[in-house]
Design a protein around this ligand. Structure first.
Ligand SMILES: [Zn+2]
Length: 246
């Protein structure tokens, strides 16, 4: 299957979408965007996955992230894959080895805290690291099309979005939208001893991981075929360290 700048060629995508499939929009740059969540069948997605020339297994991907975070914590970052040569290589196409659903918090930049570089991570960042139709679609794209075999859902210590959900006060504008997406996670830790926000941070990660597994046919199939793992972790703001929680 051909690719344009790391994306599936438009003709191939049309084939995947098939007759009666959902519409798609071509951008001025020639890229393509899906307008429907399940436009590609899991079978077609799996076939596309095969085109990744050097897939990185879920275990190897997690190992790379854990080691990168260790380097970051110990202040011996290698800043890999940030040369001009790497820039020029990934300009031709991307095969990120991991995808992430992380908080938009300015203190949790994925490439820095995992010591990675250009083309390594496909990162979706939203306040509260919540699963929404758009974040889910991005993660399906990263895995089924670009071939990442690991999704990391990363919450973090003292997350303002989670704290707002715990507090439960009304919020102006659309700030409340992502807070609402966190609230179902709170039921699991209601009445639990300890810091309510910290309990909720972990519960939210676990809840969002479950949502990914349960709401996406594409992700579920990749998991079943052994081509995807979803891992939840918590980031410690003080130490810069990640802990796997699910
Ligand atoms: Zn946050």
């Amino acid at each position: 299957m051909s690719r344009i700048d790391g994306f599936v060629g438009r003709r191939d995508l049309l084939k995947l979408v098939g007759a009666g499939g959902a519409g798609l929009a071509a951008t001025a740059a020639g890229g393509v965007l899906w307008t429907a969540q399940e436009a590609i069948s899991p079978q077609a997605a799996a076939a596309e996955y095969q085109s990744n020339p050097q897939p990185v297994s879920p275990e190897e991907a997690l190992k790379r992230l854990v080691e990168g975070n260790k380097r970051f914590v110990q202040q011996r970052r290698q800043n890999p894959n940030q040369s001009i040569a790497r820039l020029q290589l990934v300009a031709k196409g991307q095969y990120p080895f991991a995808a992430m659903l992380s908080c938009a918090d300015s203190r949790v930049p994925s490439e820095i805290v995992f010591d990675q570089g250009l083309g390594d991570l496909f990162v979706v960042r939203l306040a509260g690291n919540v699963v929404s139709p758009t974040s889910l679609g991005s993660l399906e794209f990263a895995t089924a099309v670009l071939g990442a075999q690991l999704i990391v859902v990363m919450g973090h210590e003292r997350c303002g979005a989670v704290a707002a959900a715990v507090k439960g006060d009304p919020l102006p504008g659309r700030i409340g939208t992502f807070v609402e997406d966190i609230k179902p996670a709170l039921a699991k830790v209601k009445g639990k001893s300890g810091d309510p926000v910290e309990n909720a941070v972990v519960a939210n990660v676990q809840y969002q991981v479950e949502l990914l597994q349960e709401t996406s046919v594409m992700l579920a199939q990749l998991i079943q075929e052994g081509k995807l793992k979803i891992v939840g972790c918590r980031y410690d703001l003080d130490a810069g360290e990640i802990t796997i929680v699910t």
